[in-house]
Each structure stands twice: as C-alpha cells, then as structure tokens.
Design a protein around this ligand. Structure first.
Ligand SMILES: Cc1cc2nc3c(=O)[nH]c(=O)nc-3n(C[C@H](O)[C@H](O)[C@H](O)COP(=O)(O)OP(=O)(O)OC[C@H]3O[C@@H](n4cnc5c(N)ncnc54)[C@H](O)[C@@H]3O)c2cc1C
Length: 239
C-alpha cells in the first residue's frame, strides 16, 4: 500500500501526490450487496462481483469510495482536466499568490497529424537551419524559442508586479504552459471515467501522462476494482 504523501513526478515540474482515500474494494462490494442484504463470501467472490458490476455498468457502488489527490500540471492540461465536472476541486489562486517561474518546456515536438485533426505525430528527422541559431534540429530550436518566450513573459510579469499592477492583472501576460496546482477529490466511478478518456491514445500526450500516473495510484489502492476495469474496459466512442 502506498504511503500518504507519495508523489509521482509528471512532465518537467508536474506531479500527482496521493493525499488520502476513503473506502476499499470491499466497501464497493458491501454497497452493492445491500441490494440483497448478503455478506461477502471472500475475495474471489468479491472480484467476480466487481467484474460483473463494471462490465454491466452498474456504477453507483463505485461512487462509495473516494480518492484525494494534489496535482500540479500546466494550465493547458488543466483546461482539459477541468472539463471532467464530477470531481471536487480547489486551485491555487494567482490573485492571492505570485506564480513561480515554472513552465512546461517539451524537448520533443510533435507534428500536426494530417488525418486526425485533433492529433499529433512524432517525426523522426526534424532538422533545419535557422539564421539566428544556425543548423539545429527543429526540436532543439522550438525548445530554445519557447524557453526564451517564457523568460520574456515572466520578466514582463515581474515588471508589472514591481510597478504595482495587481497580481490578477499581471498574470494575463503568462503563457498557458505555466504550472498550476490543485487538490481534487474523486469518487472511483468518475475517476475511472476520467482514466478511460485520458489514458487513451486519443487524448493529448501531456494529459495522458497524468491519466497513467493516476491509474497507477488507483492500482495500489483498489487492486480488485482496477482488475475489473482492465478486464472490461469500456469502448470509447470516437470524438
Ligand atoms: C480526446 C478528447 C477530445 C476532446 N475534445 C474536445 C473538444 O474539442 N472540445 C470540447 O469542448 N471538449 C472536448 N473534450 C471534452 C469532452 O467533451 C468532455 O467534456 C470531457 O471528456 C469530460 O467528459 P464527461 O462530460 O463525460 O465527464 P464529467 O464532466 O466528469 O461527467 C461524468 C459523467 O457525468 C454525467 N454528466 C455530467 N454532467 C452532466 C450534465 N450536465 N448532463 C448530463 N450528464 C452529465 C455524464 O454521464 C458524464 O459522462 C474532449 C475530450 C477528450 C477525451
């Protein structure tokens, strides 16, 4: 079992930290068995019940257990994450606090996918020549340009703050690859729905990394539920 506070790094400055949880695999079974007021007949039967429930989308017993996480992610990932409405969430306020200079800077750049309009693809040999940077791979050039852009934006942010501009206004110059941080509490039904959608090739690479790490934490805490989830993964309708 993982310890409270266990933290897994994601991307460059991000992380997912396990704060706390309520309930167990057995609690989900207990809740389901209230239907016919029967006690547990052991682990094997519990696993069978969980498989049956997930396979047949009897999802309400999975809402009986909760998981609280502390997550740090770039704001553009947060834009996707926050679309999942069935969670409880508090976020750091850039009106109260000055944001640190922590930006997601990828070192591998993906090309636009010409088949999937929302997708991207990896290009093996992305090399080029630039008047300012000489011969350089596109990967390295993009990374350097982005780093410069973030440094310039952050300098402007600090100039505004030094000149007395309110934090709530100064922040508008910051790019969306700056990090934000949240506390989020999920029930397992909705968290599994999140994992289904975001630990999936159709999701953007960056949020997929969060989906995978959150799934690994769920496997530690709710192993039988995650067996059922893996065995009877719901099919996604393509968006
Ligand atoms: C690959 C991918 C691409 C996407 N692209 C886009 C995009 O281009 N543009 C865009 O705007 N969004 C996009 N989304 C976001 C997507 O449309 C959903 O908003 C997001 O995935 C959250 O899903 P959800 O609504 O099922 O989850 P939640 O909001 O967590 O809701 C969980 C479930 O609760 C129920 N529920 C919640 N609220 C309501 C409600 N008001 N009425 C009825 N039932 C409700 C539904 O059954 C829902 O499935 C994308 C998502 C993915 C995974």
């Amino acid at each position: 079992m993982i310890e409270k506070g266990h933290t897994i790094n994601v991307l460059d400055y991000g992380f997912v930290r396990y704060i706390d949880h309520m309930g167990t695999d057995e609690r989900i079974c207990e809740a389901a068995r209230i239907s016919y007021r029967a006690p547990s007949k052991g682990k094997e039967q519990d696993q069978k019940l969980l498989n049956y429930l997930w396979k047949n989308k009897h999802t309400s017993p999975f809402e009986m257990v909760k998981l609280t996480l502390n997550i740090k992610m770039p704001i553009f990932v947060m834009r996707q994450y926050v679309r999942h409405r069935c969670q409880n969430l508090n976020e750091v306020s850039a009106r109260y606090t000055e944001l640190p200079s922590e930006f997601y800077i990828p070192t591998v750049w993906r090309k636009q996918d010409d088949k999937n309009k929302q997708g991207s693809i990896y290009a093996q040999d992305w090399g080029c020549s630039s008047p300012e940077l000489g011969d350089i791979s596109i990967n390295d050039m993009n990374t350097q340009l982005l780093r410069q852009h973030c440094e310039n934006s952050y300098k402007l942010y600090q100039n505004f703050l030094d000149n007395g501009v309110a934090r709530e206004m100064a922040r508008i110059v910051l790019p969306i690859n700056i990090y934000t941080e949240i506390y989020a509490c999920w029930d397992m039904k909705n968290l599994l729905h999140f994992i289904t959608l975001r630990d999936d090739d159709h999701a953007q690479f960056e949020i997929q990394q969060y989906g995978k790490v959150i799934k690994s934490i769920c496997k530690e805490l709710f192993p039988m539920t995650m067996n059922a989830y893996e065995k009877y993964k719901w099919k996604l309708i393509e968006e």
